[in-house]
Every structure is written in C-alpha cells, then in structure tokens.
Design a protein around this ligand. Structure first.
Ligand SMILES: Nc1ncnc2c1ncn2[C@@H]1O[C@H](COP(=O)(O)OP(=O)(O)OP(=O)(O)O)[C@@H](O)[C@H]1O
Ligand SMILES: [Mg+2]
Length: 286
C-alpha cells in the first residue's frame, strides 16, 4: 500500500511586479507518495520552482493547502555556485545546519567527496563536486523529502548521470521522496516514477513515467515528447500554432492544433483516464 507523504490541494500563487500579474501556480492538486520520485516538467516560467519552493516551505501559497507527514524538507538548487557562501570551506558549509558538526566529514564522504576536498572553497571545485556539497548539506538535517530543482542542468553532460546515480543511491538507502524538477523530459524519464507536466501554472497531465512516455494524451505532453531526441521510438510529428488570442480556458489552447471553441472559454478539470493517469483536456471526453 502506497503511503501518501504530501497532499497538495488547490495550490495557487500569484506574483505582482509592476502592472504585471503572473499566476505561477493556478489550482494545483496532487499527491506525493513516500519513497517515490515525482518529475515536474514544463517550459521556463511554468511554475516548477514556485511549486518546489512552496513544498519546501520557502514560499507561502496564496490559496490552497499542503498536508504533509514529512519530518524534514530540503531543496537542492540548480546553480551550486550561487547557493553557497563563497568564503566558507566545504566542510563548514555542510556543518552549518548540523547539531554535531563532526558529522560533516561523514556526509561529504557519503556523497563521494574526499577528506582533501573538505577544506576547499567553492571556487576550487567543479560544478559537479559542488553539487555534491549541496546534496551533503541537504542530507545533514535528515530530511525525508527533497526538492531537486534542476540539480544537473548546470553541469557537464558527463557529470549529470553521476549526480543522478548518487541521488538514486541515497533515495534507496534512506527511503527519500523527491520532487525532481527539470525542463528536460529526457533527464526526468530516467529518474522519475511518475511525471507531472505543467503549463502556465497548471497541471496538464500526470501519470506513471511509462504512461507519459508511451501513451501521452495531452497535446502539450505530445508536443514536449516530439522534441525529445530518441533513436528507438517512433515519434509523432507535432507542430504547434502560435495564435495571439486570449484564453480563459486551457492555457495551452492558443498553441494547440486540436483546440475546440470551448477550450478557449472553459477550464477543463483533470480527469482520470487510467489508473494514476490524469489529463486536463477536453479531447479525453470524446
Ligand atoms: N519573485 C518573483 N517575482 C515576480 N515574478 C515571479 C517571481 N518568481 C517567479 N515569478 C514568475 O512566476 C512564473 C513562474 O516562475 P518559476 O520560477 O516558478 O518558473 P520555472 O518553471 O521554475 O521556470 P524555469 O524553468 O525558468 O526555472 C514566471 O512567470 C516568473 O516570472
Ligand atoms: Mg525554475
């Protein structure tokens, strides 16, 4: 039986800057199970980081609730250089949040850094090494839930899979739950048990990774998949429109080649089309 670790209901978060109002999260609801990795995918500005920050307790939503059984939360950031103090040694960065500062060395070893590296300063390390420091720091408080916000996007390709394996090993050892944010479906499909596809603050589709990859339903998901390079699978050719029209319904409607009249005026709520597979699209009603 899967245990629900976090239940998110109707989460909404708006940002105001000048006259501009952005609904970064717009009525987002979902469950996160203990021990799973939920991938969050969508283009820049769709609300991934805002969601992660709300779940990690760094940002208050305007509306909605987050009910959680997690004992600790941490976040691992995209840019490891910007998320640490440049004047501190690696050991002191990791030790900062610890009750027993001596544990820092053990944590650094756990993430694959040597005793020699513990006395280094951030600028002396590679991006990948520094991301390991970020992971060690996150582990220090013994969290059971970690938001990984594009943890490998800033790293060399050769280093990405090493950090992903490290995250997977740690998850297995400590039964960690991850919200794994990425704009890259090719990365997420390897690590996630389930995938959430977001567009303009809303969930378009959510399901088990194999269902999202093999049986995508929402036109936006199909569009994203058509852009993922894959030598093995036959890919759908998918061309989106770029109409300058207002939508009070589906946020993807202006770009959707399959849109109907009602897609521009009515919001489509999420429907379960198979076990654990939800889609917010009127096409599923036909
Ligand atoms: N502090 C803020 N002030 C004003 N607007 C903000 C703020 N934070 C986020 N936004 C806006 O909210 C929307 C969602 O931003 P968010 O950072 O969550 O997107 P994202 O999916 O993480 O994007 P990226 O892939 O570029 O990291 C964007 O339109 C962004 O401009
Ligand atoms: Mg982001």
């Amino acid at each position: 039986m899967k245990e629900v670790l976090i239940e998110v209901s109707n989460l909404t978060r708006t940002f105001h800057s000048g006259d501009k109002i952005t609904k970064a999260l717009d009525d987002v609801s979902f469950k996160l199970y203990r021990g799973e990795t939920l991938g969050v995918v969508g283009e820049s500005g769709c609300g991934k980081t805002t969601l992660g920050r709300c779940l990690a307790g760094l940002l208050k939503p305007d509306e909605g609730t987050i009910v959680t059984k997690a004992n600790g939360y941490q976040i691992i950031f995209q840019d490891p250089y910007n998320s640490v103090d440049p004047y501190w040694t690696v050991e002191s960065i990791v030790a900062e949040g610890l009750k027993n500062r001596k544990e820092a060395v053990g944590l650094l070893e756990k993430v694959g850094l040597s005793r020699q590296e513990k006395n280094s300063y951030p600028h002396e390390l590679s991006g990948g090494q520094l991301q390991r420091v970020g992971i060690a720091r996150a582990l220090g408080t013994n969290p059971d839930f970690i938001v990984c916000d594009e943890p490998v996007s800033a790293l060399d390709v050769s280093y990405q899979s090493k950090i992903i394996s490290l995250l997977e090993d740690l998850q297995r050892e400590q039964n960690l739950t991850y919200l794994f944010i990425s704009h890259d479906l090719a990365v997420v499909r390897h690590i996630a048990d389930r995938i959430m596809i977001m567009y303009k603050g809303q969930i378009m589709e959510m399901g088990k990774t194999e269902d999202i990859i093999n049986d995508p339903v929402h036109p936006y998901t199909r569009f994203l998949l058509s852009a993922v390079p894959s030598p093995f699978e036959e890919k759908e050719e998918f061309t989106v429109r770029n109409d300058r029209i207002e939508t009070g319904g589906c946020p993807f409607a202006p770009r959707c080649p399959y849109r109907k009249e009602r897609c521009l005026s009515e919001r489509c709520s999420s429907r379960e089309i198979a076990e654990e597979h939800q889609v917010a699209c009127f096409l599923t009603e036909e």
